[in-house]
Design a protein around this ligand. Structure first.
Ligand code: CTP
Length: 433
């Protein structure tokens, strides 16, 4: 019996897929089809696949052409499969011409001519292209433009300077379906409101506003209007970070008693803060260092105290330490701007601890460490580009299908605003300034 294998995502099954499967089947007597899993696709940079794995499998099954369907989960799996299933022919569309020649050491390799004029990408884009307007300039705005190219279904229509006349910004909002706001934090709330009023879905840098009540109201308003309000904070959308949180919640380190997180940079990354609120470590890094604490311990802290070392001349806080007391443990987070330190994250529990080396906020690698080092485990998660593409893909998914933003839930978003509000109040009124 001649066995053939082929692989694909098979998202939004179309006639190009059907032709491919028919031709592959005709090359032998038995067809194995590998359908890629979500995490494999994300790892190879294929974002915003719309259908879950089982739905895509069902569609392939529905053709009646596959004798066996398997998931494709990891790089290098093809060689394993060819050996495991005793494959004679590896078949794939001609868009991959040459890429899989290395499999010729294991079986025959056939490139099947691709059906012209159809692809999952083009179907995803048809009639549901999300046009974006950006409010903000500089490095982050251009990074957003570059990263958006990796998410099919999105295009950037216009970029507005936050200093621009509100009429110009308002006009832009009327012409797009979504806006990305990265203006000064004290102005974000106003832009978010305006965008929602004009019927736009909103992606907004963290914090959404510097007042808890305002953030709360904005979420309520978005809900009322049936629009998505989405707070961006890269770490929250990285697979490594969400896996870390899930492992901790699943008891991997026992009961968590302490969380230590540090983020520092030599230069302010958000120079906008050198406006009405003064800038520095907390305004640059606050949302980042709070994130693991709020995700793991929750938002029910009993006490929170800030201590900053101020550079009085420049009115910036060079280094801030925040201690948060919870019924079940303590968190101690540090932020520096113009001070360099080890930017690691340690989550300590009653069984083990998790160590994430600098820069922890990228969470590409972490270890669970036990008293007995033989039990230690290591985890790796690759991030493509600047990572903004993951946020855009998640946003697009919420706009299209609705649901909850589990990476950055409303109560976390509100608490980040509340903590920043508290910090700025202390900074203005207390003696440690
Ligand atoms: N294929 C094909 N003709 C098309 C589209 C896909 O022959 N018009 C083939 C691909 O070459 C591959 C298989 O179908 O062998 C599965 O492809 P997949 O990547 O899932 O489909 P695409 O439509 O190319 O998806 P995307 O646009 O997301 O890249």
């Amino acid at each position: 019996m001649k066995k053939v294998i082929t692989y694909g995502t098979f998202d939004l099954f179309h006639h190009g897929h059907l032709n491919l499967l028919k031709r592959a089947k005709a090359l032998g007597d038995y067809l194995v089809v590998g359908v890629t899993t979500e995490s494999f696709d994300i790892n190879r940079g294929k974002l915003n696949v719309q259908q879950p794995l089982m739905e895509r499998v069902r569609q392939v099954k529905g053709t009646g052409l596959a004798d066996e369907i398997i998931p494709e989960e990891y790089e290098g799996q093809k060689i394993d499969d060819i050996q495991k299933y005793g494959i004679d022919v590896f078949a794939i569309g001609s868009d991959w011409e040459g890429t899989f020649d290395y499999l010729k050491d294991y079986c025959e390799v056939v490139y099947i001519s691709r059906t012209e004029g159809v692809s999952s990408t083009s179907i995803r884009e048809q009639g549901q292209l999300l046009s974006f307007g950006i409010i903000g300039r500089g490095k982050m705005a251009s990074m957003f433009v570059d990263e958006s190219k990796f998410v099919s279904g999105v295009y950037i229509k216009q970029v507005c300077d936050p200093g621009e006349d509100l009429k110009v910004t308002g006009k832009m909002m009327e012409e797009v379906s979504a806006v990305y706001i990265l203006s000064e934090p004290d102005k974000r709330g106003r832009y978010v409101k305006m965008a929602l009023e004009k019927g736009c879905h909103v992606m907004c840098e963290s914090p959404v506003s510097l007042r808890r009540e305002e953030t709360k109201e904005l979420y309520r308003y978005a809900e009322e209007k049936g629009l998505v309000l989405f707070e961006t904070l890269k770490t929250a959308y990285f697979k490594g970070f969400s896996r870390l949180v899930l492992l901790v919640k699943g008891g991997a380190v026992g009961s968590v008693k302490s969380i230590d997180a540090t983020c520092t940079s030599m230069k302010p990354s958000n120079s906008w803060f050198y406006g009405s609120h003064g800038g520095g470590s907390m305004t640059d890094w606050g949302p980042f260092v709070f994130l693991p604490v709020l995700k793991i311990f929750g938002t029910g802290f009993e006490k929170c105290s800030f201590t900053s070392y101020m550079d009085k001349e420049n009115q910036t806080d060079l280094f801030t330490q925040v201690t948060m007391l919870y019924p079940e443990g303590i968190a101690s987070v540090r932020a520096g701007c113009g001070v360099k330190s080890e930017g690691s994250l340690v989550v300590s529990g009653t069984k083990a601890y998790i160590y994430v080396p600098a820069p922890w906020w990228k969470t590409e690698y972490f270890e669970i460490r036990y008293e007995d080092p033989n039990q230690n485990r290591r985890y790796f998660y690759k991030i493509e580009g600047e990572g903004i593409r993951y946020e855009i893909a998640e946003f697009l998914k919420l706009v299209r299908t609705g649901g909850t933003n589990f990476a950055m839930e409303e109560h976390i978003s509100e608490t980040i605003s509340a903590l920043m509000e508290e910090y700025l109040y202390e900074r203005k009124n207390n003696s440690w300034i």
